[in-house]
Design a protein around this ligand. Structure first.
Ligand code: IVH
Length: 720
């Protein structure tokens, strides 16, 4: 095929024709990319079209079309949706999988509140809708903003789309001045089937299930597409409020119904676990006839005053739980067992399966956990599956519960092919060849290659850019993998020198396949943005074993700054290593920095040791230091409202508390920004002592630590 005519050789007619084609192609590419979530051409090709268009228009200004896409520069909605910070976080729910979990949930709630087993305690039970959650903000009775959940703190502004959904009222009468209504956007089975039929007939993309269809339809940059999709909405919760809706969950939901929202008709009030389980059974029985997907039953403490006392854990409320329906099952052939090497070197066996439909989802991979699981025994050497092992070629039972990775539950020995051999778990890393060892008490075999292992390095990078870590827009798992393979990025620090190395000069990002000028610039800008990073995210992003998101928050809150954290960890590393066999007290006394880290609420020995050992490991540490040199780490300010009188204070509770349980006291204090410690030291700011306080009160008196009783404590935090 001849290449395009050079622009200076084009005559007017050819130029006019080409401008028409170019404008059509660019409009179509825009629509495919932004409208359908399904790009048809690469960024590089797109950029080439735009460059050609601009070149021709520059030479023939008079031929520029009124609908020219060049006028959309900058206005092209490539940034997607604007971000919205939720005034009240959008949380997820803890899970219960069986009757015992439900009883345990009730027990935990009672214990937290200090209620006896016989005290009345009511819960609501309602279906858990399988869609996506949405927060609708009304001010003065008008819908002013609709936002998706996102990561719970920041979601996407989808207001224009929400306005097209019939179930979402645009105005309310008699509502509180500020009201955020939360609920689930979903699609019915019938509407889903019809939509897929229409899509298929039009040659468009079809959706795997109603939830994907609902999500894909709501997250359209063109609200007219959303309007054409039959979305529905159930209200079941709320966020910010200027006035309380009611005193109970049930009444609050009814009030939302009265305001014009759809509320789920299967919501009932239960007076304890027996009734909750009965309602669960009823809902499960009726599940197939509902006409929309649900994946469990949600229980919520009915009394809103108790909900407030119960409060939240880091990402879930203590006053609610989701009782999931049993997993879906199917039998299929296990074709191969492959070993994947994770970020911390863990060798994880993955089952490659003959694809099979498990409850509406095609499954071709499942986890096999670890070598013991394959061999048919648990961590203590006890048989599982009555000792039946799993071999390549076996017929296996796959199960899937909600969003979790499918698992292999069982194997049918009568179907085992002749000659099938027990699976020989590798003793060396399949990626780098280093020895893979299993430490005593660990179910997992790990590659000892550390940073030289390419699999570990890549997984570390993927973790580093993941959503809860650095979350760099345009730099996902796929991109870091490619950059790693080409040697452009070998460790996190390299991300921050990418622009210096590939922003100009011989080899440039914008010339890489799949990249163009626009996407390259966007990536560099996104990286720049993340040079400032909150301390907790940085700690989590390092990918240190046992140091997860919550640990990142706990450590950040305790140390406040990167310098304080590294200083403490370095000091701890220089201390005598605590050996579990030694006299613990003496060992801790000889390791005051280690003891400090261990003293942090939420930090256990495994975490502390892993943190110290990793930061003390020469190559790891050098890599971390190279990274830190590129960053401005945002210190953690006193959490939440600084109006709280106990922000940053170290508080110890001792003796009997009469108005609240110890757990509640601790959670409340932490929510107000205090650090709660188990022992009194010179760092203690306040001792709250109930009746029967003993040695701690004595020590506080010796150290001159302020000591108050429970009533004084409650008065102190009353307005906070
Ligand atoms: S209550 C603070 N009720 O489940 C608790 N959630 O796993 C707010 N969901 O993100 C959630 N049906 O998207 C609640 N009846 C229901 C629900 C429900 C579905 C979803 C929601 C939430 C997720 C948590």
């Amino acid at each position: 095929m001849p290449g395009p005519t050079p622009i200076d050789k084009l005559d007017e007619d050819a130029a006019r024709r080409e401008l028409a084609d170019l404008s059509q192609n660019i409009h179509r590419a825009n629509e495919a990319y932004h409208g359908q979530d399904a790009p048809e051409i690469t960024d590089a090709d797109y950029d080439a079209l735009k460059r050609r268009l601009a070149g021709i228009e520059a030479r023939f200004p008079g031929l520029k079309r009124p609908d020219s896409p060049s006028d959309q520069v900058g206005a092209a909605p490539s940034e997607g949706f604007a971000k919205v910070r939720h005034e009240v976080r959008m949380l997820s729910l803890s899970n219960a999988f069986d009757a015992q979990d439900v009883r345990d949930f009730d027990d935990t709630v009672r214990r937290y509140l200090g209620l006896g087993a016989d005290a009345p305690l009511a819960y609501t039970a309602e279906p858990k809708i399988d869609g996506l959650s949405l927060s609708l903000r009304y001010e003065g009775g008008r819908l002013v903003q609709a936002a998706t959940r996102g990561d719970g703190e920041t979601g996407e502004n989808v207001t224009r789309n929400a306005l097209t959904v019939d179930d979402i009222p645009q105005t309310l009468t008699g509502a509180p001045d500020v009201l955020e209504v939360r609920g689930e956007v979903y699609m019915s089975h019938a509407d889903f089937a019809a939509l897929n039929e229409r899509q298929a007939a039009a040659g468009g993309k079809t959706f795997a299930n109603p939830r994907n269809a609902a999500a894909g339809s709501l997250r359209q940059l063109d609200p007219e597409i959303t309007r054409s999709r039959p979305l529905r909405f159930f209200a079941y919760a709320w966020g910010a409020l200027s006035d309380a809706l009611a005193e109970t969950q049930m009444d609050a939901i009814k009030r939302l119904g009265d305001l014009g929202f759809q509320i789920n008709p299967l919501t009932t009030l239960c007076d304890g676990p027996d009734e909750m389980l009965a309602q669960y059974a009823r809902i499960e029985t009726g599940r197939a006839g509902l006409g929309y997907d649900i994946d469990g039953v949600v229980y919520k403490v009915n009394d809103l005053a108790l909900q407030r006392r119960l409060g939240f854990r880091s990402t879930t409320p203590r006053w609610a739980t989701a009782h999931k329906f049993a997993a879906e099952l199917a039998w299929t052939r296990l074709e191969r067992i492959e070993i994947q090497v994770g970020r911390t070197g863990a060798l994880s066996p993955v089952a490659r399966l003959t694809p099979v439909n498990v409850g509406g989802v095609m499954v071709s991979n499942a986890t096999l956990h670890n070598e013991d699981y394959i061999a048919g025994r648990d961590a203590r050497g006890q048989p599982i599956r009555e000792g039946r092992d799993i071999r390549e070629g076996d017929l296996v039972q796959v199960y899937r519960a909600g969003d979790v990775i499918p698992k292999i539950a069982d194997v049918d020995l009568s179907q085992r092919p002749g000659g099938a051999q027990p699976f020989a778990f590798p003793q060396t890393c399949p990626e780098c060849g280093s020895e893979a060892i299993r430490e005593e008490g660990d179910a997992v075999r790990r590659c000892t290659g550390g940073l030289i292992c390419p699999a570990q390095a890549v997984e570390k990078l993927k973790h580093f850019v993941s959503r809860a870590a650095f979350d760099i827009e345009g730099l996902g798992a796929k991109q870091v993998e490619q950059f790693y393979q080409d040697g452009w990025i070998k460790e996190p620090a390299d991300i921050f020198t990418l622009k210096d190395r590939y922003g100009s000069g011989m080899q440039q990002l914008k010339n890489r396949e799949g990249w163009g000028e626009k996407s390259a610039e966007n990536l560099f800008a996104a990286i720049e943005e993340k040079r400032r990073i909150p301390l907790n995210r940085l700690i989590f992003a390092l990918g240190i074993r046992h140091v997860g998101e919550v640990a990142g928050q706990v450590l950040a809150r305790h140390f406040g700054s990167w310098d304080a954290l590294t200083a403490a960890v370095d000091a701890a590393a220089a201390e005598p290593i605590l050996n579990a066999l030694e006299d613990r007290k003496a060992a801790l006394a000889a390791s005051p920095h280690y003891a400090e880290i261990l003293g942090i609420d939420g930090v256990g020995e495994t975490l502390a040791r892993s943190l110290i050992a990793t930061m003390d490991q020469e190559a790891e540490r050098a890599s971390i230091d190279r990274l830190a040199a590129h960053l401005t780490v945002e210190d953690v300010a006193a959490p939440q409202d600084s109006a709280s009188p106990v922000v940053g204070k170290t508080v110890v509770f001792t003796g009997t508390l009469e108005k609240m349980t110890r757990a509640e006291a601790k959670a409340r204090a932490e929510a107000l920004g205090a650090k709660v410690s188990g022992s009194v030291s010179a760092k203690t700011d306040l001792l709250v002592a109930g009746p029967g306080a003993g040695s701690k009160a004595k020590k506080a008196a010796e150290l001159g630590v302020e000591t108050i009783d429970e009533d004084a404590w409650l008065a102190l935090i009353a307005d906070a």
